[in-house]
Design a protein around this ligand. Structure first.
Ligand code: ZN
Length: 415
């Protein structure tokens, strides 16, 4: 058998993670050649093998992996011990093989028979496992199956001939391999594709939310610009205009007819400026403050119609009766404002874009929430951490809508 190189001790492994069980095959040819594989992206060689699934027979896994990776067929691999590596716990199987390797290029880049007397850049587990195999082979003859006298066949870890090997730190030969991270990325890592897909999906969600946030920010900026031009600006009337209007109306409010002093009467656009009314004197009147507040964005015609329901009068004729505040209040509550004024305000203060964006946020957040619940149910519990983001999304949507609605509803503008 090959001669073991006992060398300097390697430094301690740096970190520990829960190792998985790997069936690792040491396949010999002519006693001194060992079958090695090199994985894609790796510079150093490894022993063929693969992860053992729960309930799977590791011996069968070893046979399968050797066949898949190298095209070399082995039978009856012999379990000789276990090597606790940093990444994997290797169940070591020894077998005899022959023929030239025919590697599966999708999985690995090359496979060779390594003459162990020749230097080669191998991964740490190769040295350590070969040392274990060497040690075991002092006691049992593995390859000579014709020798019936050999009865020591340690089939499992509990076998008395191998226990001292199991937890023994591997004696490492002079390091020919690169660093451990290579080893970690080499061997078959657990792959939970559901989890990967869910994580990718979560990132998509997060990016979508960020884009939506940005859109809303842009939109709100635009809206505030829009608001800035809303017609709260005071028009400076020419001197004497108010006196002329008051004289024309005999110092009375255009609606309730109540006689007021100049200080309590306002100049009013019969058709509000924001709805296209001009500053021409034909569109102006003086009205009292209570009437002005209630008129809001209604046109003179709309308001007068409502007013006339309380105080019947010929159109455009002052009813000459003052209406009490309680009467006004009741009527205001009952009719609110004219539908056309409401429609106008909605059009102006809740833009379609706003409706769409806030709606997207609310329904999108809800849909993603349901989707995440589904993903969590199939094993991606980590995604539940995204729920605060989804709730935030719904809240943002509601906030935008409410803000738009409330702003619109309270933007009583002098007409
Ligand atoms: Zn009035």
């Amino acid at each position: 058998m090959r001669s073991g190189h006992k060398g300097s001790r390697g430094r301690r492994r740096r970190r520990r993670r829960t190792p998985y069980t790997r069936a690792t095959a040491v396949v010999f040819r002519q006693d001194n050649e060992v079958l090695l594989v090199k994985h894609h992206g790796q510079d150093d060689w490894a022993l063929p093998g693969g992860r053992v699934a729960a309930g799977e027979d590791p011996a069968q896994r070893a046979v399968t992996e050797v066949a898949e990776e190298t095209g070399v067929h082995i039978t009856d691999p012999e379990h000789v011990g276990r090597y606790a590596g940093t990444v994997a716990s290797h169940e070591i199987y020894v077998a005899e093989g022959s023929g030239e390797p025919n590697p599966d290029l999708r999985e690995i880049q090359d496979a060779i028979w390594w003459d162990t007397s020749q230097p080669l850049q191998v991964q740490p587990h190769v040295d350590a496992i070969l040392d274990i195999v060497d040690a075991v082979s002092d006691d049992i003859e593995i390859l000579d199956s014709e020798d019936e006298e050999i009865e020591v066949r340690p089939d499992n870890a509990d076998s008395p001939s191998v226990p001292d090997l199991q937890m023994t730190p591997p004696v490492e030969r002079p390091r020919t391999s690169l660093e451990d991270p290579k080893l970690e990325s080499d061997t078959h890592r657990p792959r939970n594709w559901t989890s990967y897909a869910a994580t990718a999906w979560a990132w998509v969600v997060m990016v979508a939310l960020l884009i939506a946030d940005w859109l809303i920010w842009v939109m709100l900026r635009t809206r505030s610009d829009e608001r800035r031009i809303r017609p709260t600006k005071r028009v400076s009337w020419r001197k004497g205009l108010k006196q002329e209007l008051m004289k024309r109306q005999d110092n009375t409010c255009g609606y309730c007819g109540y006689r007021r002093i100049a200080r309590t009467l306002d100049i009013d656009h019969m058709i509000p400026a924001v709805r296209g009314g001009s500053n021409d004197e034909s569109n102006l009147q003086v009205i009292c403050r209570p009437c002005n507040q209630r008129k809001g964005l209604q046109t003179d015609q709309e308001f007068r119609a409502r007013y006339s329901r309380l105080v019947p009068a010929a159109p455009l004729t002052p009813p000459k009766r003052r209406i009490s505040q309680s009467e006004f209040k009741e009527e205001t509550r009952r009719t609110s404002q004219a539908a056309s004024a409401r429609e106008f305000r909605k059009r102006r203060y809740i833009t379609p874009r706003e409706k769409i964006v806030s709606g997207c946020f609310i329904s999108g957040g809800a849909v993603f929430g349901i989707a995440l619940f589904g993903l969590a149910a199939i094993g991606a519990e980590g995604l539940l951490l995204l729920f605060p983001a989804l709730i935030l999304s719904v809240a943002i949507g509601l906030g935008i809508w409410l803000r738009a609605y409330m702003t619109g509803a309270t933007s009583e503008v002098e007409g």
